[in-house]
Design a protein around this ligand. Sequence first.
Ligand code: CU
Length: 159
Amino acid sequence: MTMAFFASCGGGEATTEQAPQQVQQSEPEATGDIAEITIEGNDMMVYDLKTIEVTEGQTVKLTLKHVGTMAKEVMGHNWVLLNQGVDKASFAGAAITAVDNDYIPADKAGDMIAHTKTLGGGEETTIEFDAPAVGDYEFICSFPGHYAMMTGIFTVKAK
Ligand code: CU
């Protein structure tokens, strides 16, 4: 194991391209810059969170877990964060026809701040996105028929 590095061109800057895979303590979770959220959906068509709160400027790292056992085709869940002013019902109506795109309507891309893929029972997925501007936003599951029950408020508070 070599611990010595020699600068070959006098720049004085050593850049490490590849970080080791081992877990290190150098990056604590509570940096203040990342909001880690876990939300669950189940076979009863319910999210375990009705409200989510983050702070402006944060990166949101959101994990969706489908804690049920039912298949994606009959009880699929996703998590879609809608822009302010978007009508949930019309968005969900468009999503019904987007079966081949995970119930994410491509022509409504401008309505969404972020979204996960659609999961079946036992699956999970994580997305990262920048918190939008301070305010309240609605989130839904866009699987057909779910948005009325599977919805909540995503709040971005000021620093
Ligand atoms: Cu759902």
